[in-house]
Design a protein around this ligand. Structure first.
Ligand SMILES: NC(=O)c1ccc[n+]([C@@H]2O[C@H](COP(=O)([O-])OP(=O)(O)OC[C@H]3O[C@@H](n4cnc5c(N)ncnc54)[C@H](OP(=O)(O)O)[C@@H]3O)[C@@H](O)[C@H]2O)c1
Length: 249
């Protein structure tokens, strides 16, 4: 057991068994939050992460499964999460599907998967969590993308979904204020997708980034922590964490 500060507040991070979400969970946990690691398929990783955090602080991490495209199940997910410790203070909409969609070949299924995870799911999850977040004067952080503003070529549906998530962030800030703040973080190149990738285009992206390197999940996690814990007068904003990528073409 560590002597970490514990304040008993609860954070739910969607899609957080691995990668950026897992780092976000670790950072919130280190700051004293009890954390709910939500996953869809990554049950094993979620369980390992929860065990790691519970070893640091007893009964401080739980897991919850769910597919965000199954909208009718989202109120139950929120109830399950509140049931763990009797409260919910922070919702981080992190889960996301990401793959290219070429115009002429886009199917309704692509739309449902990409918009479902990146926009529709976050909207209905935020709606389900809103009464409890309002009671707790909590907050929402949405993981958007610098490509919400400047569409990523070959990724039409993903770019549209993230643009919608920016709009959702601002709308939630208006609708849920003053009790609940809602902000977004827009990563640049943090972790490349695990699918086969084109290393020449990755080099090109880094070349066009002012800081000439990729970021790390910790850069995103500390920005989320700032928005959650240290930004009481910030709402409806999107912070780009992109090493200056959006300064150039
Ligand atoms: N990585 C980057 O450099 C980067 C750049 C720009 C924006 N972002 C944004 O930052 C966030 C985190 O990035 P990441 O690369 O760590 O994400 P990721 O690995 O691509 O996805 C995170 C998780 O989302 C979950 N997920 C996908 N579809 C879902 C669905 N329908 N229902 C429930 N969960 C679903 C998956 O969970 P399971 O594994 O459990 O199935 C996956 O592990 C995302 O919102 C992403 O768009 C990341």
């Amino acid at each position: 057991m560590s002597n970490q500060h514990q304040h008993g507040k609860v954070a739910l991070v969607t899609g957080s068994a691995r990668r950026v979400g897992a780092q976000t969970v670790r950072s919130l946990h280190a700051a004293g939050y009890n954390v709910v690691i939500h996953y869809r398929n990554s049950a094993e990783d979620a369980g390992i992460l929860a065990a790691e955090l519970n070893a640091l602080r007893d009964n401080s991490a739980r897991t919850a499964q769910g597919d965000l495209t199954h909208v009718s199940a989202l109120p139950r997910l929120v109830e399950e999460v509140i049931g763990f410790w009797g409260r919910l203070d922070v919702l981080v909409n992190n889960a996301s599907a990401f793959y290219p969609t070429e115009v002429g070949e886009i199917t309704e299924k692509d739309w449902d998967i990409l918009v479902g995870s990146n926009l529709k799911g976050p909207m209905f999850l935020s709606q389900a969590a809103a009464p409890e977040l309002t009671r707790r004067r909590g907050c929402i952080v949405n993981m958007v993308d610098i490509h919400a503003d400047r569409p990523l070529r070959h990724y039409l549906v993903y770019s549209v979904a993230k643009a919608g998530l920016v709009a959702l962030t601002k709308s939630l800030a208006r609708e849920l204020g003053p009790a609940v703040r809602a902000n977004g973080v827009a990563p640049g190149a943090i972790l490349w997708p695990e699918a086969p990738h084109d290393s020449a285009s990755q080099r090109e992206i880094i070349e066009r980034t002012a800081l000439k390197r990729e970021g790390e999940p910790a850069d995103i996690a500390r920005t989320i922590l700032f928005l959650v814990d240290d930004a009481p007068y910030i709402t409806g904003q999107i912070i780009a964490v992109d090493g200056g990528r959006t300064l150039s073409n």
